[in-house]
Write a protein that binds this ligand. Structure first.
Ligand code: T5A
Length: 217
C-alpha cells in the first residue's frame, strides 16, 4: 500500500518571504528524491484561483462582508483539497502549500475578529481531519515586512491587494494570532525568524526540514 504523502505549509504575514522560501523547501525535498506538489491558498485550481480573485480584488464599491470572506476562503479550500491536495497525498506525493488554515485563523480570526470556534467548525466540515504535518511560520515585525513588501511592489510595479491595504493594527492582530497558533501546536508549527538575511533564513529552514525528514524516515 502506498504511504500517504506529507503535507507541509508555509505561513506568515504579508511580505515575510513565504513565496521566496517555498522554492527552497520544494528544492530541498526534491533533492531527497521526494515527489512534491507545490501549490497555494487561496487558489491551487482554476476555480479556486477564481475565488482568490474575488478575495484579493480591491476594486468595486461593494465591501466584502466578513462572513462572506470566510466562506469564500473555505469554498476555495474545499475545491483545492478535493482536486489537488487529497489526490496528491493519497498517491504518496508530498504537498507544499503557500498558506492554509492557519492563515484563516490569523486573518479572518485575528484580523477580522471572527470567533475561532466558528472557524474551527468550518475547518472540521471542510477538512474532515486533514491537517498539515508541518507548518513553517515565518515571523518578523510587521513594519520590517511592510518595507520588504513595498520594495517588491516598487520593483514589480504591482498594486496592493485587498488585504495589503489593511491598517497596521490588522497586521499586528494577524501576527499575534499566528504566534498563538504556534504556541498551541508546538510540535506542528515551527517559528522561523524571517527578519534576517535570506541565507540565514534558508539555513534555518534546511535544518528544520532535515530534522523532520529524519524523524519521519
Ligand atoms: N488569506 C489567505 C486569508 O485571508 N485567509 C486565508 O485562509 C488564506 C489562505 C493571499 C492573501 O490571502 C489572505 C492572506 C493574504 O493577504 P498571498 O499572495 O499568499 O496572498 O500573501 P502575501 O503575503 O501577500 O504574499 P507575498 O508574495 O506578498 O509575500 P511573501 O510571499 O511572504 O513574500 P515574498 O517571498 O514575495 O517576499 C517579499 C519580498 O521580500 C524579499 C523578496 O525578494 C521579495 O522582494 N525577501 C527578503 N528580503 C530580505 N531578506 C529576506 N530574508 C527576504 N525574504 C524575502
Amino acid at each position: 500500500m502506498t504511504r500517504r504523502g506529507r503535507f507541509i505549509t508555509l505561513e506568515g504575514g504579508e511580505g515575510v518571504g513565504k513565496t521566496t522560501n517555498l522554492a527552497l523547501v520544494v528544492d530541498h525535498l526534491e533533492a531527497h528524491g521526494i515527489e512534491v506538489v507545490r501549490t497555494r491558498e487561496p487558489g491551487g485550481t482554476p476555480r479556486a484561483e477564481a475565488i482568490r480573485g474575488l478575495l484579493l480584488d480591491p476594486a468595486g464599491n461593494e465591501p466584502l462582508d466578513d462572513d462572506a470572506e470566510l466562506l469564500l476562503v473555505f469554498a476555495a479550500r474545499a475545491q483545492h483539497l478535493a482536486r489537488v491536495v487529497r489526490p496528491a497525498l493519497e498517491r504518496g506525493a508530498w504537498v507544499v502549500c503557500d498558506r492554509f488554515t492557519d492563515a484563516t485563523f490569523a486573518y479572518q480570526g485575528g484580523g477580522r475578529g471572527i470567533d475561532a470556534s466558528r472557524i474551527a467548525e468550518l475547518e472540521a466540515f471542510v477538512q474532515r481531519g486533514l491537517t498539515p504535518d508541518l507548518t513553517l511560520l515565518l515571523d518578523m515585525p510587521m513594519a520590517a515586512a511592510q518595507r520588504r513588501l513595498e520594495g517588491r511592489l516598487d520593483h514589480d510595479g504591482g498594486e496592493r491587494d485587498r488585504f495589503e491595504r489593511e491598517r497596521a493594527e490588522f497586521f499586528e492582530a494577524v501576527r499575534r494570532a499566528y504566534l498563538a497558533r504556534a504556541k498551541a501546536a508546538p510540535d506542528r508549527v515551527c517559528v522561523v525568524n524571517a527578519d534576517q538575511p535570506l541565507d540565514a533564513v534558508q539555513d534555518e529552514l534546511r535544518t528544520l526540514l532535515d530534522d523532520r525528514l529524519e524523524a519521519w524516515s
